[in-house]
Design a protein around this ligand. Sequence first.
Ligand code: MSP
Length: 506
Amino acid sequence: MSKFYITTPIYYVNAAPHIGHAYTSVIADCIGRYHRLKGEEVFYLTGTDEHGEKIKKAAAAKGMEPQPFVDMVSENFRNLWKALDVEYDYFVRTTDKDHTAAVQEVIRILNEKGDIYKAVYKAFYCVPCETFWTDTQVKEAGGSCPMCKRGVEEVEEENYFFRLSRYEDWLKKYIADNPGFIRPKIRRNEVTGFLENNKLADLCISRPKARVSWGIDFPLNGDYVVYVWFDALLNYISAPGFLSDKEKFKRLWPADVHLMAKDIIRHHAIFWPVMLYALGLELPGTIMAHGWWKMGEEKMSKSLGNIVNPLEVIKSVGVDGLRYFLLREISLGGDGNYCAQALINRVNSDLANDIGNLLHRTLNMAEKYFDGAVEAAGALPEMFRESFGRLSDYAPAMDNLELSAALEPVLAFIGAMNKSIEEVKPWALAKAAKTSELKEFIYSLLEGLRVVFICLYPFIPSSAVRAYGQLGLEAKFDLKDVSWGAVKRYNITKGEPLFPRIDVNR
Ligand code: MSP
């Protein structure tokens, strides 16, 4: 059985999750479910990033010690994933013992290889991004953090460094030789441009406890903790068992897809590959950066105070309404503007009018004309030949992480089925007692729906399960069943409409 290993970033637990976090996790879930449809062993890793100055400050602001605070916020993330049907396989926390031990071991290994040294560090630090910047980088950004544009603080401290510079030539060559490693192309160009214009500086991987106490003990010196990004990136190997379960690690590593938003591409496409290479480990298949959900011109973020709570959105449009909108509205890589009206329009048009209505009408007719029992009748009708054929574009698009594009042939087939009802006029066939023609037609709609919900399952899993219940089918989804004529007899159980129209004036 082949494996598929996908990750989300591990999210900071300084505040509750919002639509931006939901976006990444839902994308990863959709991709993971698709690979399960293909029969692969999927390992979907997510979790929380719980160390560093920012978290400590957030805990203090609530009058709490860091550990109970991170326990509480980390739980919020798990609750949201449950509410969003995000089916992860492992939830890593950087405060876990296994993770901590793995991070310390990695530092020991790299130290033995001569890749770690101690020196005085003078730089600027951005607490919200937990990132160091050089004098030039801050100057070029007009005196603030180049990533988030907020204020930075000057630090001068003795620290431990990882010899990133030693691997600069190797990294440049690796990126040049592997065009699919950093995606989309715009991010690959950004990283290549950065490497061309800047000499790769060694990475500071410690913070003195006197300044930052909330972190993993630095194994070479008890007066230090591990720098939070060095700690965090290692979750991708600690969780699948780098230190704790060698067999599992061998089976799962390397990751196939690391998913994240574009703002943290450099950490993943520069620091991370070098760390892995220095450790003698294989590199991940693809580092895929998606865009931002924005509110107007600004990125949706807690610090800007413009966040939308996914749990509230689920209350109005349902879990699959939100999932569908996030996955359909923007193509992976681009930015999107979050707008409640666009969300409602999308749910009403695609889910309620097109998909839900087709299912409901078909089930009504199956019940009305055949008491809910419809046997296989006829081959794939000529009128569906082209639109059904186009479904062969679905899997290549999904394999290539083009989720919104993968939906297009599915929606086109649904459109063709809706249109066919108007053209065939089954009510007229019933009136004229053309029973076998009528049965052939209703059977073809049921078959079409069966296939459509396999393709939709990664996007709207709980609705696909409900639809299968109404079609009288066991909810076992398998990509191999996207073929015509697999079900010999339908015994349907009509239920409530899958997607009631959202009334804006409610
Ligand atoms: N802890 C680091 C990641 C370490 S991974 C080894 C971090 N955490 S974060 O809480 O800031 O989460 C960042 C991730 O959340 C982004 O990479 C993205 O996946 C998601 N998003 C947060 N806000 C977002 C938007 N407004 N839009 C889209 N995605 C967003 O960085």
